[in-house]
Design a protein around this ligand. Structure first.
Ligand code: MRU
Length: 367
């Protein structure tokens, strides 16, 4: 997507150095646009853990490059195989809820398993990571094409007046490689001249909506308004929302959706007001091995400072301030589970299906 008139993706390989990848440092957005170099598996781990890179598809691809870097580092180790498998486990545990991380790391492990020659292993890991990066772009573009049909239908019904879409967190191109999941149909529709307006949930505690989604949409010229997390229900009652589209960090084979904390409340409000609630996701975010979101998805609990503090900018400098009485306890669950019964449909790279096992498996019969 375009940043200051120039095309970017969220991660890319350095054309002048095979051992380096470049990322957009998401800590600093929207106050500063900075590209960081990453050249070790430890740096990948730190970037994922601290959320310099975040969003299920992107952390998956970063994890794949992290394993590639572990293969590079293993050249100088006595027991290279052990070093690589230990790093695979460490990478997978950096963020537990998004299934893409384990999926991507396992895929690189499987592709390079049994390759004895270290140089061949390195080449194989790099090829696989780059291949997955390209696949993710393609998947997100296809998600956009399928979701576009839903937006077109509403636009026709509203005789061309703006389609109001509510989204939560950042399921945009910054969370993937390009296009995004929830935002992909939005960008495609906007580029076709369809009138849209996006309600952007601020998404406390890290404010991915206010800081990242609003920034992305603004860069692309998509009309949007940032709202506090609790405003969605009111807007739905007032018929100011035509549809909701969110992303997912992990979806079960039965259609239960783990996504950023607060998603469930939006789904409940949408259900109560008869507003379609769609989840846009690549199949790499579907965990085909589990059935129950509530019982089988581990919800990440993040550092309490995320709740205690707020970050903002004054004249270009970023400051952190405390917003809670020091002695008050806080808790910080990163995600929640939206049960399948509240999901109108899943927008995947292969098409749109109901959030139920039968329809999911019909689209992905290999599972
Ligand atoms: O904690 P984050 O910022 O990594 O959470 C991201 C989300 O919840 C996104 O909405 C989800 O990953 C979908 S990403 C396309």
């Amino acid at each position: 997507m375009i940043v200051n008139g120039k095309p970017y993706q969220s991660i890319w390989t350095d054309p002048s150095n095979d051992e380096v990848v470049m990322i957009i440092n998401q800590h600093l957005l929207p106050f500063e646009f900075r590209v960081d170099e990453i050249s070790s598996s430890a740096q990948v781990m730190e970037a994922i853990r601290t959320m310099k890179v975040r969003g299920a598809p992107l952390i998956g691809i970063c994890g794949a490059f992290g394993l590639y870097m572990a293969c590079l580092e293993a050249r100088h180790k006595k027991d290279g195989e052990k070093y690589i498998s230990e790093h695979a486990e460490m990478l997978k545990s950096a963020r537990p809820t998004a299934v893409n991380l384990a999926w991507a790391v396992n895929r690189v492990m499987q592709k390079t398993a049994g390759v004895k020659d270290p140089e061949e292993k390195i080449r194989g890991a790099r090829k696989e990571a780059i291949g997955m990066m390209e696949e993710d772009k393609e998947s997100c573009f296809r998600i956009g094409q399928h979701g576009l049909e839903l937006i077109l239908e509403i636009s026709r019904r509203k005789k061309g007046s703006p389609v109001n879409i509510l989204t939560h967190c950042n399921a945009g191109w910054l969370a993937c490689i390009d296009y995004g999941t929830a935002t992909s149909p939005i960008y495609l529709a906007h580029d076709q001249g369809i009138k849209l307006h996006i309600w952007v949930d601020e998404t406390r505690p890290r404010n991915q909506g206010a800081r990242l989604t609003a920034w992305e949409l603004g860069q692309h010229g998509v009309p949007h308004t940032v709202i506090v997390d609790n405003a969605g229900g009111h807007l739905m009652q007032k018929r100011l929302v035509d549809m909701v589209i969110v992303g997912s960090d992990r979806t079960t084979r039965t259609g239960d959706v783990a996504n950023k904390i607060g998603t469930y409340l939006k789904a409940l409000a949408a259900h109560d007001n008869d507003i379609p609630f769609y989840v846009a996701l690549p199949s790499s975010s579907i965990d085909f091995s589990i059935r129950s979101g509530i019982n089988e998805i581990r919800v990440e609990e993040r550092d309490l400072s995320e709740v205690r503090n707020m970050e903002g900018s004054i004249r270009g400098d970023i400051y952190t301030v405390n917003i809670i009485p020091e002695k008050s306890p806080v808790s910080n669950f990163g995600f929640d589970i939206t049960p399948a019964r509240l999901v109108t449909g899943l927008i995947t790279e292969r098409g749109i299906c109901g959030a139920n096992e039968q329809e999911i498996i019909k689209l992905f019969p290999e599972h």
